[in-house]
Design a binder for this molecule. Structure first.
Ligand code: SF4
Length: 319
Protein backbone atom coordinates (compact mmCIF):
# COMPACT_ATOMS: atom_id res chain seq x y z
CA UNK A 1 0.00 0.00 0.00
CA UNK A 2 1.40 3.43 -0.96
CA UNK A 3 1.48 6.44 1.35
CA UNK A 4 -1.44 7.90 -0.61
CA UNK A 5 -3.46 4.67 -0.27
CA UNK A 6 -2.82 4.65 3.48
CA UNK A 7 -3.96 8.27 3.78
CA UNK A 8 -7.14 7.60 1.78
CA UNK A 9 -7.95 4.51 3.82
CA UNK A 10 -7.95 6.73 6.89
CA UNK A 11 -9.86 9.52 5.16
CA UNK A 12 -13.59 9.98 5.45
CA UNK A 13 -16.42 11.27 3.34
CA UNK A 14 -18.65 13.83 5.06
CA UNK A 15 -22.17 13.94 3.67
CA UNK A 16 -24.07 17.22 3.85
CA UNK A 17 -27.63 17.26 5.21
CA UNK A 18 -29.84 18.26 3.51
CA UNK A 19 -28.67 17.64 -0.04
CA UNK A 20 -30.24 16.71 -3.37
CA UNK A 21 -33.84 16.88 -4.51
CA UNK A 22 -36.16 19.57 -3.17
CA UNK A 23 -39.96 19.44 -3.15
CA UNK A 24 -40.22 21.48 -6.38
CA UNK A 25 -37.93 19.11 -8.28
CA UNK A 26 -39.70 16.00 -6.92
CA UNK A 27 -43.02 17.44 -8.04
CA UNK A 28 -41.77 18.47 -11.51
CA UNK A 29 -40.38 15.00 -12.27
CA UNK A 30 -43.54 13.34 -11.01
CA UNK A 31 -45.65 15.57 -13.27
CA UNK A 32 -43.72 14.38 -16.34
CA UNK A 33 -43.89 10.73 -15.30
CA UNK A 34 -47.62 10.89 -14.56
CA UNK A 35 -48.38 12.76 -17.79
CA UNK A 36 -46.57 10.04 -19.78
CA UNK A 37 -48.57 7.35 -17.95
CA UNK A 38 -51.84 9.16 -18.52
CA UNK A 39 -51.44 10.27 -22.14
CA UNK A 40 -48.68 8.01 -23.46
CA UNK A 41 -45.52 9.25 -25.12
CA UNK A 42 -44.42 11.56 -26.50
CA UNK A 43 -44.97 14.27 -23.92
CA UNK A 44 -43.27 17.55 -24.74
CA UNK A 45 -41.40 19.43 -22.03
CA UNK A 46 -40.49 23.06 -22.55
CA UNK A 47 -36.87 23.43 -21.46
CA UNK A 48 -35.10 20.88 -19.22
CA UNK A 49 -37.70 20.01 -16.58
CA UNK A 50 -34.98 20.61 -13.96
CA UNK A 51 -31.32 21.41 -14.63
CA UNK A 52 -29.86 17.94 -14.34
CA UNK A 53 -28.55 15.89 -17.25
CA UNK A 54 -29.22 12.52 -15.54
CA UNK A 55 -32.85 13.40 -14.80
CA UNK A 56 -33.43 14.72 -18.33
CA UNK A 57 -31.92 11.61 -19.93
CA UNK A 58 -33.99 9.32 -17.71
CA UNK A 59 -37.24 11.11 -18.67
CA UNK A 60 -36.22 11.11 -22.33
CA UNK A 61 -35.96 7.33 -22.19
CA UNK A 62 -39.45 7.19 -20.65
CA UNK A 63 -40.96 9.21 -23.53
CA UNK A 64 -40.39 12.92 -22.87
CA UNK A 65 -39.24 15.19 -25.69
CA UNK A 66 -37.46 18.34 -24.54
CA UNK A 67 -37.95 21.46 -26.64
CA UNK A 68 -37.07 25.14 -26.23
CA UNK A 69 -39.78 26.76 -28.38
CA UNK A 70 -43.49 25.94 -28.26
CA UNK A 71 -43.59 25.96 -32.07
CA UNK A 72 -41.71 22.64 -31.87
CA UNK A 73 -44.79 21.02 -30.28
CA UNK A 74 -47.14 19.56 -32.93
CA UNK A 75 -50.77 20.70 -32.67
CA UNK A 76 -52.97 18.70 -30.33
CA UNK A 77 -50.09 17.56 -28.12
CA UNK A 78 -49.31 17.95 -24.44
CA UNK A 79 -46.61 20.28 -23.14
CA UNK A 80 -45.21 20.62 -19.64
CA UNK A 81 -43.66 23.85 -18.40
CA UNK A 82 -40.44 23.28 -16.48
CA UNK A 83 -39.94 23.93 -12.76
CA UNK A 84 -38.34 27.30 -13.58
CA UNK A 85 -41.64 28.80 -14.75
CA UNK A 86 -42.59 30.64 -17.94
CA UNK A 87 -43.52 34.15 -19.02
CA UNK A 88 -47.10 35.22 -19.64
CA UNK A 89 -46.33 35.28 -23.38
CA UNK A 90 -45.39 31.57 -23.38
CA UNK A 91 -48.53 30.70 -21.45
CA UNK A 92 -50.66 32.70 -23.91
CA UNK A 93 -48.96 31.07 -26.91
CA UNK A 94 -49.71 27.57 -25.55
CA UNK A 95 -53.32 28.55 -25.00
CA UNK A 96 -53.72 30.09 -28.44
CA UNK A 97 -52.33 26.93 -30.03
CA UNK A 98 -54.78 24.78 -28.04
CA UNK A 99 -52.00 22.69 -26.44
CA UNK A 100 -52.78 20.67 -23.35
CA UNK A 101 -50.58 22.16 -20.62
CA UNK A 102 -49.36 20.80 -17.31
CA UNK A 103 -47.51 23.39 -15.31
CA UNK A 104 -44.51 22.09 -13.34
CA UNK A 105 -43.48 25.60 -12.23
CA UNK A 106 -42.32 25.28 -8.64
CA UNK A 107 -44.97 26.83 -6.35
CA UNK A 108 -42.19 28.92 -4.80
CA UNK A 109 -41.45 30.43 -8.21
CA UNK A 110 -45.18 31.01 -8.73
CA UNK A 111 -45.18 32.89 -5.41
CA UNK A 112 -42.65 35.33 -6.92
CA UNK A 113 -44.77 35.67 -10.07
CA UNK A 114 -47.76 36.60 -7.89
CA UNK A 115 -45.67 39.21 -6.03
CA UNK A 116 -44.64 40.76 -9.35
CA UNK A 117 -48.25 40.93 -10.54
CA UNK A 118 -49.44 42.53 -7.29
CA UNK A 119 -46.67 45.10 -7.14
CA UNK A 120 -47.10 46.05 -10.78
CA UNK A 121 -50.84 46.45 -10.15
CA UNK A 122 -49.90 48.83 -7.28
CA UNK A 123 -47.84 50.88 -9.75
CA UNK A 124 -44.39 49.81 -8.55
CA UNK A 125 -41.31 49.38 -10.72
CA UNK A 126 -39.66 46.09 -9.79
CA UNK A 127 -35.98 45.30 -9.52
CA UNK A 128 -35.27 41.61 -10.00
CA UNK A 129 -32.02 40.25 -8.55
CA UNK A 130 -31.02 37.28 -10.69
CA UNK A 131 -28.80 35.78 -13.36
CA UNK A 132 -29.40 37.07 -16.89
CA UNK A 133 -30.51 34.35 -19.28
CA UNK A 134 -31.61 31.90 -16.59
CA UNK A 135 -35.06 30.55 -17.52
CA UNK A 136 -36.51 31.40 -14.10
CA UNK A 137 -35.44 35.03 -14.57
CA UNK A 138 -36.93 35.11 -18.08
CA UNK A 139 -40.20 33.68 -16.72
CA UNK A 140 -40.41 36.11 -13.80
CA UNK A 141 -39.36 39.15 -15.86
CA UNK A 142 -42.03 38.09 -18.36
CA UNK A 143 -44.88 38.34 -15.86
CA UNK A 144 -45.35 41.94 -16.94
CA UNK A 145 -44.75 43.84 -20.15
CA UNK A 146 -42.74 46.65 -18.59
CA UNK A 147 -41.40 48.05 -15.32
CA UNK A 148 -38.99 45.17 -14.58
CA UNK A 149 -35.27 45.86 -14.12
CA UNK A 150 -32.75 43.05 -13.79
CA UNK A 151 -29.66 43.47 -11.60
CA UNK A 152 -26.95 40.85 -11.26
CA UNK A 153 -24.53 42.66 -8.96
CA UNK A 154 -23.86 45.84 -7.03
CA UNK A 155 -22.53 47.63 -10.14
CA UNK A 156 -25.92 47.07 -11.77
CA UNK A 157 -27.61 48.60 -8.70
CA UNK A 158 -25.37 51.66 -8.97
CA UNK A 159 -26.29 52.05 -12.64
CA UNK A 160 -30.06 51.91 -11.98
CA UNK A 161 -32.01 55.05 -12.80
CA UNK A 162 -35.62 54.43 -11.80
CA UNK A 163 -38.40 56.93 -12.42
CA UNK A 164 -39.96 57.13 -8.91
CA UNK A 165 -37.74 56.14 -5.95
CA UNK A 166 -40.85 55.98 -3.73
CA UNK A 167 -42.51 53.27 -5.80
CA UNK A 168 -39.92 50.56 -6.19
CA UNK A 169 -39.96 46.97 -5.02
CA UNK A 170 -37.61 44.04 -5.45
CA UNK A 171 -37.87 40.31 -5.96
CA UNK A 172 -35.14 37.70 -6.36
CA UNK A 173 -34.44 34.49 -8.23
CA UNK A 174 -35.12 31.58 -5.86
CA UNK A 175 -31.71 29.93 -6.18
CA UNK A 176 -29.27 32.78 -5.51
CA UNK A 177 -26.39 32.80 -3.08
CA UNK A 178 -27.98 33.97 0.16
CA UNK A 179 -24.88 36.02 1.02
CA UNK A 180 -24.46 37.65 -2.42
CA UNK A 181 -28.18 38.51 -2.50
CA UNK A 182 -27.93 40.09 0.97
CA UNK A 183 -25.16 42.41 -0.28
CA UNK A 184 -27.15 43.41 -3.36
CA UNK A 185 -30.28 43.98 -1.26
CA UNK A 186 -28.26 46.18 1.13
CA UNK A 187 -27.04 48.24 -1.83
CA UNK A 188 -30.61 48.59 -3.12
CA UNK A 189 -31.86 49.71 0.29
CA UNK A 190 -29.03 52.21 0.59
CA UNK A 191 -29.86 53.71 -2.80
CA UNK A 192 -33.65 53.47 -2.48
CA UNK A 193 -34.56 53.57 1.24
CA UNK A 194 -38.29 53.28 0.49
CA UNK A 195 -37.88 50.10 -1.58
CA UNK A 196 -40.56 47.51 -0.81
CA UNK A 197 -39.33 44.00 -0.09
CA UNK A 198 -41.12 40.66 -0.37
CA UNK A 199 -43.11 39.65 2.76
CA UNK A 200 -41.08 36.44 2.90
CA UNK A 201 -37.72 36.20 1.16
CA UNK A 202 -37.85 34.78 -2.37
CA UNK A 203 -34.72 32.62 -2.03
CA UNK A 204 -36.37 29.27 -1.35
CA UNK A 205 -36.07 27.02 1.69
CA UNK A 206 -34.14 24.38 -0.31
CA UNK A 207 -31.50 26.85 -1.52
CA UNK A 208 -31.12 28.29 1.99
CA UNK A 209 -30.90 24.87 3.69
CA UNK A 210 -28.37 23.43 1.21
CA UNK A 211 -26.14 26.49 1.46
CA UNK A 212 -26.36 26.40 5.29
CA UNK A 213 -25.40 22.70 5.20
CA UNK A 214 -22.31 23.48 3.10
CA UNK A 215 -21.38 26.35 5.45
CA UNK A 216 -21.46 23.81 8.29
CA UNK A 217 -19.63 21.08 6.36
CA UNK A 218 -16.96 22.97 4.41
CA UNK A 219 -14.83 24.14 7.38
CA UNK A 220 -14.51 20.46 8.40
CA UNK A 221 -13.26 19.41 4.94
CA UNK A 222 -10.09 19.51 2.85
CA UNK A 223 -12.06 19.34 -0.39
CA UNK A 224 -15.75 19.52 -1.36
CA UNK A 225 -17.47 17.75 -4.25
CA UNK A 226 -20.86 19.06 -5.35
CA UNK A 227 -23.06 16.80 -7.47
CA UNK A 228 -24.88 18.92 -10.03
CA UNK A 229 -25.06 19.88 -13.69
CA UNK A 230 -23.17 22.94 -15.00
CA UNK A 231 -26.41 24.81 -15.78
CA UNK A 232 -27.85 24.27 -12.29
CA UNK A 233 -27.90 27.63 -10.50
CA UNK A 234 -28.28 26.27 -6.97
CA UNK A 235 -25.54 23.62 -7.51
CA UNK A 236 -23.10 26.30 -8.71
CA UNK A 237 -23.89 28.37 -5.63
CA UNK A 238 -23.08 25.39 -3.35
CA UNK A 239 -19.64 25.06 -4.93
CA UNK A 240 -19.07 28.80 -4.49
CA UNK A 241 -20.12 28.68 -0.82
CA UNK A 242 -17.40 26.10 -0.14
CA UNK A 243 -14.85 27.88 -2.31
CA UNK A 244 -15.47 31.21 -0.52
CA UNK A 245 -14.43 29.45 2.67
CA UNK A 246 -11.10 28.64 1.06
CA UNK A 247 -11.88 24.96 0.46
CA UNK A 248 -11.07 23.56 -3.01
CA UNK A 249 -14.42 22.57 -4.45
CA UNK A 250 -15.53 20.87 -7.62
CA UNK A 251 -18.84 20.21 -9.31
CA UNK A 252 -19.46 16.91 -11.08
CA UNK A 253 -22.31 15.66 -13.22
CA UNK A 254 -21.22 12.05 -12.87
CA UNK A 255 -18.71 10.06 -10.79
CA UNK A 256 -16.51 9.57 -13.86
CA UNK A 257 -15.63 13.27 -13.70
CA UNK A 258 -13.85 12.91 -10.35
CA UNK A 259 -10.15 13.47 -10.80
CA UNK A 260 -8.24 11.26 -8.31
CA UNK A 261 -5.77 14.14 -7.85
CA UNK A 262 -8.53 16.16 -6.13
CA UNK A 263 -8.56 13.81 -3.14
CA UNK A 264 -4.91 12.81 -2.99
CA UNK A 265 -3.59 13.31 0.52
CA UNK A 266 -6.96 14.67 1.74
CA UNK A 267 -8.40 13.52 5.06
CA UNK A 268 -11.96 14.79 4.82
CA UNK A 269 -13.92 14.93 1.58
CA UNK A 270 -17.26 16.73 1.72
CA UNK A 271 -20.03 15.60 -0.61
CA UNK A 272 -23.28 17.41 -1.31
CA UNK A 273 -25.77 17.63 -4.16
CA UNK A 274 -27.79 20.47 -5.68
CA UNK A 275 -31.58 20.54 -5.46
CA UNK A 276 -31.91 19.06 -8.96
CA UNK A 277 -29.37 16.22 -8.47
CA UNK A 278 -30.74 12.77 -7.59
CA UNK A 279 -29.50 10.86 -4.55
CA UNK A 280 -28.53 8.01 -6.91
CA UNK A 281 -25.79 10.26 -8.31
CA UNK A 282 -24.56 11.25 -4.85
CA UNK A 283 -24.36 7.54 -3.98
CA UNK A 284 -22.49 6.84 -7.24
CA UNK A 285 -19.98 9.54 -6.27
CA UNK A 286 -19.53 7.88 -2.88
CA UNK A 287 -19.05 4.52 -4.59
CA UNK A 288 -16.36 6.05 -6.83
CA UNK A 289 -14.59 7.53 -3.80
CA UNK A 290 -14.69 4.05 -2.21
CA UNK A 291 -13.10 2.66 -5.39
CA UNK A 292 -10.38 5.27 -5.07
CA UNK A 293 -9.67 4.03 -1.55
CA UNK A 294 -11.77 6.17 0.82
CA UNK A 295 -13.41 3.75 3.26
CA UNK A 296 -15.37 5.79 5.76
CA UNK A 297 -18.58 7.76 5.33
CA UNK A 298 -20.17 10.00 7.93
CA UNK A 299 -23.54 11.66 7.42
CA UNK A 300 -23.58 15.07 9.07
CA UNK A 301 -26.48 16.32 11.13
CA UNK A 302 -28.74 18.89 9.57
CA UNK A 303 -32.30 19.93 8.87
CA UNK A 304 -34.71 17.13 7.91
CA UNK A 305 -36.95 18.56 5.22
CA UNK A 306 -40.55 17.47 5.19
CA UNK A 307 -42.10 19.55 2.43
CA UNK A 308 -44.22 18.31 -0.46
CA UNK A 309 -46.19 20.29 -3.02
CA UNK A 310 -49.50 19.11 -4.47
CA UNK A 311 -49.65 18.00 -8.09
CA UNK A 312 -51.65 19.98 -10.66
CA UNK A 313 -55.30 19.17 -11.17
CA UNK A 314 -55.73 16.15 -13.42
CA UNK A 315 -52.50 14.49 -12.28
CA UNK A 316 -53.04 14.42 -8.53
CA UNK A 317 -54.80 11.07 -8.22
CA UNK A 318 -52.73 8.05 -7.19
CA UNK A 319 -51.07 6.45 -10.22
S1 SF4 B 1 -34.81 24.94 -5.73
FE1 SF4 B 1 -36.44 25.98 -4.60
S2 SF4 B 1 -37.57 27.16 -6.12
FE2 SF4 B 1 -36.29 25.66 -7.23
S3 SF4 B 1 -37.65 23.91 -7.51
FE3 SF4 B 1 -36.55 23.56 -5.59
S4 SF4 B 1 -37.91 24.39 -3.98
FE4 SF4 B 1 -38.60 25.21 -5.94
Amino acid sequence: MSITDTTLAEAEILLAQPRGFCAGVDRAIEIVERAIKLHGSPIYVRHEIVHNAYVVEDLRKKGAIFIEQLEEVPAGNTVIFSAHGVSKAVRAEAESRGLRVYDATCPLVTKVHIEVAKMRADGFDIVMIGHKGHPEVEGTMGQTGEGMHLVEDIEDVQALALPDPERIAFVTQTTLSVDDAAEIIAALKAKYPAIREPKKQDICYATQNRQDAVKFMAPQCDVVIVVGSPNSSNSNRLREVAEKRGIPSYMVDSPTQIDPAWIEGKRRIGVTAGASAPEALAQAVIARLHELGVRNVRALEGIEENIAFPLPRGLGLPA
